[in-house]
Design a protein around this ligand. Structure first.
Ligand code: UD2
Length: 319
């Protein structure tokens, strides 16, 4: 049985990874400082994992957290473009310095492999679609810069110390447990909750902005594959984690109207600082090196997501 460390354990993606690992009978340690993660996300599994409340910026705590670990799934982050525009130093600390700490700790503890939650924001607003990993990155927001810097650290640790690293460039992951309650929340979580409550959502821009929205099960599967794939296939690589389809914000609003029963209208507001217009992945490299497949398409994922928010007896938070 392998032992996994999940950073950002109480986050939407971290806690989803933990549930999948436990289902496979793996041993899991989780760390989170609850800066964006929520205790409720771990309530069902807290007894089955070794949980430590710690900040990834605390190198001693990370050294200790990496002891005896085979695989690190590094998800801890402040995952927001607009938040990074407001607070670039805070974003850099969590999203770049934090990764460097994890890498040093993993190297010293002789961890087998580190898999990292990289971001599609690294591609920037270049016109060519779909985005391929060989394209020159062109980050716009401080968030994208920090996420890209972390990718470079990951590869550097493979090259300099032989620590196996895999960067999964996530494309707008969504699904149950994504926090809808902050102004910085992912758009699908935010819109689902707002529309279920009958509140009018706001689209930033003309609504033709598009994303390769990727249901959580696909990201979980990519992480598990990134741990089990042979090192010569994936170590030191950057791989897109997405579906290869793109949906506009106007289309998501229409789809959510049907699923939530929302009868109202949508507001339009100016585009957000640091935003990218279109995002779409080429997933062939992940298919080739990891055997990655899209398990759940956008429509099915959105249906499941809305059903989950509907079933929450108490609202997850005030939007
Ligand atoms: C970026 C990354 C994504 C991930 C994420 C951090 C890109 C293409 N994607 O997501 O991979 O790293 O950061 O979790 O860079 N919007 C509205 N109304 C709202 C909220 C958002 O219209 O109430 C718009 C927003 O302006 C953007 C789109 O919806 O155009 C998606 O926004 P988001 O915050 O869900 O994610 P995004 O694309 O910044």
């Amino acid at each position: 049985m392998a032992k996994y460390l999940v950073t950002g354990a109480a986050g939407f993606i971290g806690s989803s990874l933990i549930r999948a690992l436990l289902e496979r009978g793996e041993q899991v340690r989780g760390v989170d400082n609850f800066s964006t993660g929520r205790r409720e996300n771990l309530s069902e599994v807290m007894k089955e994992i070794e949980f430590r409340e710690a900040n990834i910026l605390d190198l001693d705590a990370m050294h200790s957290a990496c002891k005896g670990i085979d695989y690190v799934l590094h998800q801890a982050a402040i995952p927001s473009v607009p938040k990074s525009v407001l607070d670039p130093i805070g974003s850099n600390r969590a999203n770049a310095d934090g990764t460097l700490n994890i890498l040093v700790a993993a190297r010293d503890a002789k961890v087998r492999r580190v898999v990292y939650a990289a971001s599609s924001s690294a591609y920037g607003d270049t016109p060519t679609l779909p985005k391929q990993e060989s394209m020159i990155p062109d980050p716009i927001s401080p968030y994208a810069v920090a996420k890209l810097a972390s990718e470079h650290y990951m590869i550097s640790f493979f090259r300099c110390y032989g620590l196996e690293t895999v960067c999964l460039r996530y494309f707008n992951i969504f699904g149950p447990r994504q926090d809808p309650s902050s102004p910085y929340s992912g758009v699908l979580a935010k819109f689902s909750m707002q529309m279920l409550r009958g509140d009018e959502p706001t689209i930033f821009g003309d609504g033709e902005t598009s994303r390769d929205f990727t249901y959580i099960d696909n990201a979980v599967s990519a992480n598990l594959l990134a741990c089990s794939a042979p090192g010569d296939q994936c170590a030191g690589r950057i791989l897109n984690c997405a579906t290869g389809e793109r949906i506009t914000l106007n289309q998501t609003f229409e789809a959510l109207k049907k699923l939530t029963g929302y009868k109202g209208t949508v507001k339009y507001a100016p585009e957000r600082e640091g935003d990218i217009k279109h995002s779409l992945a080429d997933i062939s490299l992940a298919q080739k090196h990891l055997g990655y497949k899209v398990l759940v398409d956008f429509e099915t994922g959105l249906r499941r997501t809305v059903a989950w928010y509907k079933n929450q007896r108490q609202p997850v938070g005030a939007v």
